[in-house]
Ligand binder design. Structure first.
Ligand SMILES: [Zn+2]
Length: 452
């Protein structure tokens, strides 16, 4: 019930194009790792086995985290673990104790460790995810929503990237998709099945995830990529119509980015209730949204928004939530430019007008802020509007100021240079300085950092 209320309220706060974002950026992590502090953990890989129980909406799991120390550590390591109970912990095979501290977990070290050491931390755990893993009441679906550390301990900070092996035990009649490539799916004696996906390209934790359910599915190939679509309510032909533009979207964003889409497959699923979310190589939307696209083919803005995140957000990722506009302002703006490409200039300008009105409201209410936040703890609806709509409106204005050629050269320069890494606003400013006459610096800095 809480979950239901929560999503209703979020939906009211977000426009269709401004829908996806980590719902609960981990405040403690964001504030405890300022940019000038070396985080001691470089997390390299998650090896996860997860056993969800649909009847009780709980999970039981085991993870081995492989990490490299970036600093000497005397006493303990700090992981993110949101509401999970740890049943056993081992460090390089040796039993160790853990201590829960809010949304973090201290793994106590038997002896000091030094920078450069490789460690394996094995955790066995169980819990009842509050919203990071959704268990709809009909027990016919299961899907993750951003708050990954509610179903596996790890590092939540968006600037931290890791690969994973993910094995999930599911009912025998479920289909499933996840970030990463499917390695195998096997039937178990229990009548259930185990899926194994592997993600070799390092990604932020919040875009790791999976979706499973009693789905119809459609698959197609566009001479470059494989597309998969899943739904419990729409059939194959309808799924193909809902996602008919996906191939064109990925080709369009690859052109704008100057970088190819990094995977061989793109999967999309319609689930019972979500506001739209981007996982690596996988996007989720609600059944209701899928039906709307069938009725109004121009409503593909959210599909474009999530596709844009495959570059801006998932691959060029804000290092910290304080520069969240680099994920969401970009995806909002880029989706509108796709609508321009697909439906014409008027479709783009309608989006711009919506952003302009929202920015005017922020200014009139005294709620306008620079795009770069001092902190992102407890963001309000107005703060989100700054990140999404003001961020997109700023990029539109910059496009107008610089002209098509310089603006898109700057976007490609920024995207290519930082693809697969974490960024902050200074990286964006540096890329734009390379293409923009000096006279625009004041406008760029004022929007991002505020008047000085
Ligand atoms: Zn988004």
């Amino acid at each position: 019930m809480n979950t239901h209320r929560r999503y209703c309220s979020v939906a009211l706060l977000c426009s269709a194009l401004a829908a996806c974002s980590p719902q609960n950026p981990p405040a403690a992590v964001a504030s405890s790792t300022p940019a000038d502090t070396v985080n001691p953990i470089d997390l390299l890989h998650y090896d996860i086995q997860l056993q969800p129980d649909l009847a009780t909406a709980t999970v039981r799991g085991r993870v081995v985290l492989r990490l490299r120390l970036q600093a000497d550590v005397a006493d303990h390591l700090l992981l993110d673990s949101d509401g999970l109970a740890i049943d056993a912990a081992r460090l390089d095979g040796e039993a160790v104790t853990t201590l829960a501290a809010g949304k973090q977990l201290q793994v106590m070290l038997p002896r000091p460790r030094q920078r450069g050491e490789l460690l394996d931390i094995e955790l066995r755990y169980h819990g009842k995810p509050r919203f990071g893993l959704q268990f709809p009441a009909d027990q016919a679906q299961l899907y993750t929503i951003f708050s990954t550390q509610q179903w596996v301990p790890g590092i939540a900070r968006p600037g931290e990237r890791a690969g994973f092996d993910l094995r999930v035990i599911l009912p025998g009649d479920f289909g499933a998709a996840a970030s990463g490539e499917l390695v195998s799916s096997e039937n178990l004696d229990s009548g259930r099945q185990i899926f194994h996906w592997r993600q070799t390209r390092p990604i932020p934790a919040y875009v790791m995830g999976f979706v499973a359910g009693k789905f119809d599915s459609a698959q197609w190939y566009d001479d470059t990529l494989f597309f998969n679509a899943y739904s419990a309510s729409l059939g194959q032909e309808e799924l193909r119509r809902v996602f008919a533009d996906s191939s064109d979207m990925l080709a369009y964003f690859a052109r704008r980015a100057g970088v190819a889409y990094p995977y061989r497959e793109y999967s999309q699923a319609l689930v019972s209730e979500t506001i739209g979310q981007e996982l690596a190589g996988l996007a989720l939307y609600s059944d209701a949204y899928g039906r709307r696209v069938l009725e109004q083919p121009e409503s593909v803005g959210l599909i474009a928004h999530e596709a844009a995140h495959q570059w801006w957000g998932n691959e060029v990722t804000c290092r910290d939530w304080t520069d969240f506009w680099l994920n969401e302002g970009f995806a909002t703006f880029m989706a509108a430019t796709y609508l321009e490409h697909r439906f014409g200039r008027e479709a783009y300008l309608r989006q711009v007008e919506g952003w302009r009105k929202r920015v005017d409201e922020l200014v009139a209410a005294g709620k306008d802020k620079p795009l770069h936040f001092a902190d992102w703890n407890q963001p309000s609806a107005d703060d989100r509007a700054v990140v999404y709509q003001k961020g997109a409106y700023f990029l539109h204005q910059l496009r107008e100021h610089l002209g098509e050629d310089a603006f898109w050269r700057g976007i490609a320069l920024y995207t290519k240079k930082h693809f697969g890494t974490a960024v902050d606003s200074a990286d964006f400013v540096a890329a734009m300085r390379a293409v923009a006459p000096a006279e625009h610096s004041g406008f760029i800095n004022a929007a991002i950092y505020g008047p000085r």
